[in-house]
Design a binder for this molecule. Structure first.
Ligand SMILES: NC(=O)c1ccc[n+]([C@@H]2O[C@H](COP(=O)([O-])OP(=O)(O)OC[C@H]3O[C@@H](n4cnc5c(N)ncnc54)[C@H](OP(=O)(O)O)[C@@H]3O)[C@@H](O)[C@H]2O)c1
Length: 228
């Protein structure tokens, strides 16, 4: 990584719903975005899609491992059931002090069950599973699980959601700052990584509520009473 890359954000699986939404928003905020995919040509096409929506975007597309080396912050945006495999495929290229953001939710769809419930993870949460797989010195942070992809991709509107950010203190603060780049998002201090267990479960609750209230664009969450 060069010093000019210090502000870059890599998004692995940035070709999908949530990753592309984050790519659009971070590009719009003026950050360099590096989209990763298992296939470089898909990542290049996703980067072009971002450029169409945000003409001055600084964005490029690469195979996942090539994307992961280009940014100090790497966001994992693949379905839960492919998270461990994706981490294993890139872990050799991760460097000390790099931040790996986990937003996977262990929805029961991974085992053929419904989307409004989760499955148990031996390590406690998807984020802790990711932490168990990365080399020492790589900081895993849990964030963005409760943010709707639909709302991220609607660049004309603010997202209106709190993002509970969990993990070690210094990298946690950096990801909380990152949330402020997206209009309507607010990063809130979610303490240690083990709290990802609670945050990931909340997404299943939100998905069920989206169904009951017939809100395909997705609910957001807000905490009240926090200091400004
Ligand atoms: N969608 C939401 O509203 C939402 C909200 C909150 C959190 N999340 C979380 O965000 C993450 C991404 O969700 P999503 O809805 O964006 O998922 P998605 O669109 O279904 O998939 C994202 C990307 O994952 C990659 N992928 C698919 N199969 C794979 C495999 N077998 N191995 C490795 N990579 C594979 C694909 O990228 P390539 O084919 O280009 O490699 C795909 O574009 C999930 O962990 C989800 O829990 C989603």
């Amino acid at each position: 990584m060069t010093t000019t890359d210090r502000d870059a954000i890599a998004i692995l699986g940035g070709t999908g719903d949530q990753g592309l939404g984050l790519a659009l928003r971070f590009a719009k905020a003026g950050r360099r975005v590096v989209i990763g995919s298992r296939k470089a040509d898909r990542a290049v096409a996703a980067a072009e899609e971002v450029r169409q929506a945000v003409p001055d975007a600084e964005v490029s597309g690469h195979e996942n491992s090539e994307a992961a080396v280009q940014a100090p912050i790497v966001i994992l945006s693949v379905p839960f059931e492919h998270t461990a495999g994706t981490v294993k495929s890139i872990k050799e290229v991760l460097a000390e002090d790099q931040i790996l953001v986990s937003m996977a939710v262990p929805l029961a769809t991974a085992v053929g069950d419904g989307a409004a419930r989760t499955v148990g993870i031996w390590q406690g949460s998807a984020a802790e599973l990711v932490q168990s797989l990365v080399p020492a010195g790589v900081h895993v942070i849990s964030a963005f699980q409760n943010v709707s992809a639909h709302r991220l991709r609607d660049l004309g509107e603010p997202v209106e959601c709190d993002v509970v950010v969990s993990g070690k203190k210094a990298p946690r603060a950096r990801i909380m700052e990152l949330c402020q780049l997206i209009p309507g998002l607010r990063g809130v201090d979610g303490g240690p990584l083990a709290n990802a267990r609670i945050v990931e479960e909340m997404t299943a609750l939100l998905i069920g509520m989206n169904m009951r209230y017939k809100l395909p664009e997705g609910l957001g969450i807000r905490f009240t009473g926090l200091p400004e």
